[in-house]
Write a protein that binds this ligand. Structure first.
Ligand SMILES: [Zn+2]
Length: 442
């Protein structure tokens, strides 16, 4: 909305002389003053801004000015009434009818008794006071005084929300507003023209209402009965409502409890969900770990199995090798044993041979003994012929032979002993090998 501009002012002729910006010449020479503070005004009728009044500069009184657009509206309304000399009055007080009345004369801001009404007019030969209410309405005290003085007084109320958009209060605008404004009688002289007109109009209105009332009375009576019935019904309903209200309160309480429980449960479910999620995560980790462990175990199992198989294979090969070596050893031992046995057999045969030789030697010895006996006999016989030297030679030869045979015999006996010992050793070794072989077979 635009800044409101002052368009009405008090003219050079004083309080009851209202002028608009259109009526005056431009500048301070307009000789106008502010309706609120009385400060001289400058009429500004330039080309840039809408024509308006402004306080003359550097005047102290303007500092206390409380001018507002309402001041302009109030002033303009009075100006229009004074200029047009006509007013729209309500005839009657019950649903009144509005009617234009010509004003014979109009005076503004003139003392009437103890008060100064906005407008004093003569209409239909009677005095008519007009109050323009923009922001201030007549108080009870004023109305009582008007009635006591038996004066006709009308109050025209102008709504400020009707203020023009551009903030400029013009005559045409004020005229339209006055036509649409609501008006009511503050005081009405009953014997006067307006009093009689209003009284007659009210009486006619009352008669019409009465006949209307008679016409609708049966309906009213029936409605009254209906009202009574309805009242009883309403009473019942109210009781029901009361019961329902207490039930509702109870239900609401239950609802509240349920809602609290629900919220609590929801919170618990959320917490549970968190725990489940945590467990799920843990479970996933555990599954992963388990799978890893299974994989590791499989890997380890395979490795261990391979290792065991390898070891078993190696051991089997080692046993086979050992068995072969042992078989070889056994074969060697057998071979050796056969050799020993052969040697033993050889030794036995040699022993037998030696024994035979010994028996032969003994036989020979015996033979020699007999020969010796014979030689002794011959010696004795040839004692004389054979010198002691011959005897000696014979003796020596005998001894040497004996020695020779004896040593040969001793050598043979030693060989037999050695052969026996070898045989025993071979038997002992064989028995230990055969024991080992049996163990392996098992
Ligand atoms: Zn002022």
């Amino acid at each position: 909305m635009h800044q409101p501009l002052m368009t009405t002012a008090i003219g050079p002729l004083g309080n009851n002389h209202i002028v608009t910006i259109k009526d005056v010449q431009s500048g301070l020479g307009c000789n106008c003053s502010c309706a609120d503070c009385g400060t001289p005004l400058v009429a500004k009728k330039g080309e840039k801004k809408a024509h308006h009044f402004a306080h003359a500069p550097n005047i102290e009184t303007a500092q206390n000015c409380e001018w507002s657009p309402e001041t302009d509206i109030h002033l303009m309304a009075k100006y229009i009434i004074a200029k047009d000399k006509k007013v729209l009055l309500p005839i009657g007080t019950i649903e009144p009818i509005l009617r234009w009345f010509e004003l014979d004369s109009v005076v503004l801001e003139t003392r009437e008794g103890t008060r100064i009404p906005d407008v004093i007019a003569i209409c239909e030969g009677e005095k008519l006071l007009i109050e323009i209410a923009v922001t201030h309405y007549c108080d009870k005290q004023k109305i009582s005084e008007l009635k006591a003085q038996k004066l006709n007084c009308i109050e025209i109320a102008i709504d400020t929300y009707l203020l023009p958009e551009d903030g400029l209060v013009t005559e045409d605008w004020a005229r339209n507003v006055l036509e649409d404004a609501s008006s009511k009688w503050l005081s009405l002289f009953c014997s006067g023209v307006f009093g009689v007109l209003c009284h007659r109009a009210d009486a006619e209105k009352l008669m019409a209402i009465k006949s209307e009332y008679i016409g609708i009375k049966p309906s009213i009576d029936s409605l009254r009965i209906q009202k009574r019935e309805l009242s009883a019904h309403v009473f019942q309903i109210e009781k029901k409502i009361e019961t329902l209200s207490s039930e509702s309160a109870e239900i609401q309480q239950r609802n509240k409890n349920a809602r609290e429980k629900y919220h609590k449960l929801r919170a618990e479910i959320h917490a549970g969900q968190d725990v489940i999620n945590m467990i799920k995560n843990h479970s996933a980790v555990i599954d992963q770990k388990q799978q890893d462990a299974w994989r590791e175990l499989d890997h380890w199992k395979r490795n261990a199995l391979n290792e065991i198989n390898l070891k078993a294979e190696n051991e089997r090969a080692a046993i086979v090798r050992e068995r072969e070596a042992f078989s070889q050893e056994v074969a060697i031992a057998n071979h050796k044993m056969y050799e020993r046995e052969a040697k033993l057999r050889q030794a036995d045969s040699m022993l037998k041979e030696a024994e035979e030789k010994l028996s032969a030697a003994n036989l020979r010895g015996k033979e020699l003994d007999s020969r010796t006996t014979r030689i002794e006999a011959l010696e004795a016989e040839l004692e004389n012929t054979i010198s002691s030297r011959a005897n000696e030679v014979a003796q020596t030869r005998y001894n040497a032979l004996c020695y020779e045979k004896d040593s040969y015999l001793k050598r043979l006996l030693r060989q037999i002993d050695e052969a026996k010992k070898d045989g025993q050793e071979a038997k002992r070794k064989y028995s230990s090998f055969s024991y080992k072989a049996q163990k392996l077979k098992l």
